[in-house]
Design a protein around this ligand. Structure first.
Ligand code: WQD
Length: 339
């Protein structure tokens, strides 16, 4: 079995990828320092796949500790790098913490994979945030859409990380790298054994919706309905986390099969949905009343952002087709399971 390392394996995306990679026949080695997750996630993964993945509690910014993973698990052929801080607002307040964590962990992985890996294939968890607010004529967003200056240190760590990978691919002949630019991942595994576990008050829309529906939050604020969109609220490309996870399996397969030196894929549905449309879809899908109000705009929000996923559809033989109602129902079932 081909061995694949997942950093940030107990995180929201990482845990769903651990499930899909295992189901696809890969030997998954997970590492995480639980800075934004809990060991309970390993139990959730186990319930789904019927076994515990190989796992080490490691801070990827600690080179010596990270090196031990490659000694215990030789012959790692590919790695998917999820381990990173990802709260936009927090990154503005704590830029040094973001640059050190998000970039030190990546350069440690690059060094260890090129020195100790059986193959040096890295899939990088990137983000549509690297595009900033594209011009209207650049929507939907393609991989060739020009990047804009990032609007937060978090977004800048994603841009810099992609630059670091391109520099290293040029310098290390055995290194291949693929950046997967996620749009807005939402939902939870259909078994409700794993899902999103936001720390504290959720920044993201869907966990705030499900916590409001569950009575944990008083009221959802819709941040602005005076944008230049059909119903005035912001538009995003909400992609089911399980569909997103399946794209990672396809990306690893393509790298191992074709050894493409550098590649980039936008991972989205190709459909834009407004905040109000998503709120109404949640109410329709779950039958749960949702207390929400229109509030002021949130600083830093882009107005519209959705993907043209044609390249991923074509080159990965993959598409994100799960209907939004089913995705929102999975998020609600997960929230209910947390009671
Ligand atoms: C979506 C829409 C809000 C909360 C961010 C990161 C991105 C990625 C996903 C990091 C916006 C509106 C939200 C609320 C609201 N990675 N909203 N009320 O900002 O598109 O992307 O998260 O995790 O890199 O930038 O996602 O879910 O925060 O917001 O009205 O209580 O929902 O204004 O229009 P975003 P989001």
């Amino acid at each position: 079995m081909k061995r694949v390392l997942l950093t940030g394996a107990t995180g929201y995306i990482g845990s769903h990828v651990a499930v899909e990679l295992t189901m696809a026949g890969y030997d998954v080695i997970g590492v995480d320092n639980f800075s934004n997750s809990t060991p309970k996630v390993l139990g959730g993964i186990e319930k789904i796949i019927g076994k515990r993945i190989d796992f080490m509690e490691v801070d990827c910014t600690d080179y010596a500790a990270f090196e031990k993973v490659f000694e215990k698990y030789p012959d790692i052929e590919a790695a998917i790098h999820f381990a990173a801080y990802k709260a936009v607002g927090e990154s503005v307040a704590k830029p040094v913490m973001y640059y050190r964590n998000n970039l030190d962990s990546l350069v440690n992985l690059i060094e260890l994979m090129t020195l100790k890996g059986k193959g040096a294939n890295i899939v990088f968890s990137s983000s549509a945030t690297v595009y900033g607010q594209p011009a209207d004529d650049e929507l939907p967003i393609r991989e060739s859409t020009p990047l804009q200056p990032a609007t937060s240190p978090y977004g800048r760590t994603k841009q810099i990380a992609e630059e670091i990978l391109q520099d290293c691919v040029k310098a290390y002949p055995n290194l291949n790298a693929t950046a997967l630019r996620y749009f807005n991942p939402i939902g939870a595994h259909p078994t409700a054994h794993i899902g999103e576990l936001p720390n504290g008050v959720p920044n993201n829309l869907v966990p705030f919706i499900t916590q409001t529906a569950a009575g944990i939050r008083e009221c959802l604020s819709v941040f602005g309905n005076d944008y230049n969109t059909p119903d005035g609220s912001c538009i995003r490309d909400y992609i089911y986390v399980v569909d997103l996870a399946k794209a990672h399996v396809k990306a690893v397969e393509k790298m191992l099969r074709e050894g493409i030196r550098w590649n980039v894929f936008n991972l989205g549905t190709g459909k834009g949905l407004s905040v109000l449309e998503l709120v109404n879809a949640f109410i329709k899908a779950t039958g749960v009343q949702l207390n929400y109000k229109i509030a002021g705009r949130r600083q830093g929000d882009v107005e519209q952002c959705w993907a043209d996923p044609a390249k991923a559809n074509r080159e990965l033989g993959w598409s994100a087709d799960t209907p939004i109602e089913e995705v929102l129902l999975s998020a609600w079932r997960w929230q209910e399971s947390l009671k």
